[in-house]
Design a protein around this ligand. Structure first.
Ligand code: NAD
Length: 426
């Protein structure tokens, strides 16, 4: 990991920045980074316009934007559930998407749905409720149903979408039990529809740069992963604090980011886990779910993860992965924006910490575009149902450990967990 600390990486172009970082990080990396780039279809690629470079050849070059799909070729999404994530992140992200558009809304509140439909130019005839949801089957503008409901509702609305002939993008956590995850995978397979879980971190540029760094063994042998993802919940009546609706407390909601991060960064799967939970008495928020959980995951080859997640501490989101010859950290990690990646190693006898200037992209737009590309090109999503099922198996093992005060073995992986890497420039 010989990164020149004086290298000027301050550019607005995320992909150029990432490629320069990777080039500096080691020979051959640029080839890996550029090799995977692909537009949605050959027809869309044919409309790519490339301008002659303005800068001297020795300068970092501006990367041309990938072509966007024309409106008629974009993939239509129905958004199910108009809560915080849908209104504040997902719907605005369509404005930055190249291949997706919002085609329909599903809500229990028709007044709210009509207001939102008007904001996004969605036909009022494409507003559904939870009862007539299955009529989406007759809406040809909708290719994908994006399930953004409380966790316990993910199974029902995924299965009904598949039966209606639609592909499904489902928010994390995939469901509240392994059995529900398996039923969702089976329903989509039976209907011949795609199922993707919304693991946005697997599509964002900082994490993807770090995956490549680790693949090149730049930190040496991986030993430790230390991570926290905590927040301070308000309203004690919200569904996140109801065990039946949420599946647990901070673990399935935000702790899942730490679990998923170390799994996809390394491609390794934990063999054994251990956890302890805590819920203070007298706090009305924690009558059903834990306030905090501390947990460890043991991986083959000597890597261990020590993680913490809480619903009663100030927002804190970070991880550090420590190897025998260096470490890399993101702080904040897991956030919608403001992500920072830092690396540390000894260079010429001195400790050097570097922070590549990787410009961020809208994580939800990247995710929507990945799902749209999978539909347009008939690809398996990079984060399919199997990836969500695996995290749920680990979550259930962690809760069993907390209950029994013993380490618990995680069931072995039975098949592939991820589809092809997403296009770099999506
Ligand atoms: P929210 O409570 O703000 O929204 C939930 C929506 O579901 C609301 O519109 C609500 O009216 C509707 N709903 C329908 N039936 C309901 C019922 N019986 N009880 C409660 N609500 C009902 O939640 P949110 O924060 O938007 O989270 C939705 C999903 O998105 C969850 O699975 C959550 O884990 C996930 N999420 C993901 C991220 C991410 O970064 N990927 C961030 C936040 C939430």
């Amino acid at each position: 990991m010989s990164i020149d600390p004086s290298a000027n990486l301050s550019t607005d172009d995320a992909d150029n920045t990432r490629r320069q970082f990777l080039r500096l990080a080691g020979g051959g990396m640029a080839a890996i980074a550029t090799g995977a780039w692909a537009a949605a279809t050959p027809e869309i690629e044919a409309n790519k316009v490339t301008l002659p470079p303005l800068n001297a050849p020795t300068e970092q070059q501006e990367k041309p934007q990938d072509p966007s799909a024309p409106p008629a070729r974009r993939v239509g999404f129905a958004i199910v559930g108009l809560g915080h994530l849908s209104l504040n992140q997902i719907l605005p992200a369509f404005g930055k998407s190249k291949y997706a558009y919002p085609a329909a809304l599903v809500s229990g509140d028709p007044v709210k749905a009509r207001k939102i439909a008007a904001q996004y130019g969605i036909d009022a005839a494409s507003i559904y409720n939870y009862q007539n949801y299955d009529e989406l089957a007759h809406n040809p503008r909708v290719d994908v149903v994006y399930v953004v409901l409380p966790n316990s509702m993910h199974r029902e609305f995924t299965v009904r979408a598949a039966k209606a002939g639609k592909h499904v993008l489902c928010e994390k956590p995939m469901a509240t039990s392994v059995a529900d995850c398996e039923a969702m995978i089976a329903a989509c397979a039976q209907a011949g529809r795609k199922l993707m879980i919304g693991y946005r971190s697997q599509y964002e540029p900082h994490s993807r740069a770090l995956v490549k760094l680790l693949k090149q063994n730049k930190l040496g042998e991986l030993r430790e992963f230390i991570s926290a993802n905590s927040q301070n919940e308000g309203d004690p009546t919200q569904w996140r604090l109801k065990k039946a609706m949420a599946g647990g407390g901070p673990l399935p909601d935000v702790g899942i980011y730490s679990i998923n991060q170390i799994r996809f960064l390394t491609g390794l799967e934990p063999e054994e886990v251990f956890a302890t939970t805590y819920a203070p008495s007298g706090d009305p928020r924690f009558t059903e779910v834990e306030a905090s959980i501390q947990y460890t995951l043991r991986f083959p080859g000597g890597l261990s993860a020590a993680c913490s997640s809480a619903y009663n501490s100030h927002k804190s989101q970070f991880f550090r992965v420590q190897g025998s010859t260096g470490w890399a950290e993101m702080s904040p990690a897991f956030a919608y924006n403001g992500l920072k990646l830092r690396t540390n190693q000894v260079m010429d006898g001195n400790e050097v910490t570097q922070e590549p200037a990787i410009a961020e992209k809208d994580q939800f737009a990247l995710e929507l575009d990945h799902m749209a590309q999978c539909v347009l090109q008939n690809l398996t999503p990079h984060t399919p149902g199997e990836e969500g099922l695996r995290d749920q198996q680990i979550i259930e093992a962690l809760y069993e450990s907390a209950r029994t005060h013993r380490p618990v073995k995680v069931p072995p992986v039975k098949g592939p967990l991820r589809g092809p890497e997403p296009a770099e420039s999506a």
